[in-house]
Design a protein around this ligand. Structure first.
Ligand SMILES: [Zn+2]
Length: 104
């Protein structure tokens, strides 16, 4: 993935933001890996991206991530969580069924 954006903050970054983020986290970034807050910024063409608010020595933000890709990943995570919850609810319903039979 190439990260490029025409704004006065002149952004160009290529590589995987997954490894860039570290910790194997996906979805909407909540905190930068250094602990600083994450800001949602907009390019001149309206494309949105997440970046860290923290200042670094070389002036390069720690974090850059396209907003739409973050949303897609976040949705994927939510779907997985939902599937897990559904399985748990089904298991609980089966347990309840067994208990009801036991209690006659
Ligand atoms: Zn940072």
């Amino acid at each position: 993935m190439t990260f490029s954006c025409n704004s006065d903050t002149s952004i160009s970054y290529s590589g995987s933001y997954r490894s860039y983020l570290g910790h194997g986290r996906v979805g909407i970034p909540k905190k930068c890996r250094c602990g600083c807050d994450v800001a949602l910024r907009k390019c001149d063409d309206g494309t949105k991206f997440y970046t860290s608010k923290g200042n670094t020595m070389d002036g390069e933000p720690h974090l850059r991530m396209w907003w739409d890709e973050a949303i897609v990943e976040e949705l994927g995570e939510l779907k997985d969580s939902l599937a897990d919850l559904c399985t748990q609810v089904q298991d609980m319903a089966m347990d309840c069924g067994r208990l009801e039979k036991l209690l006659g």
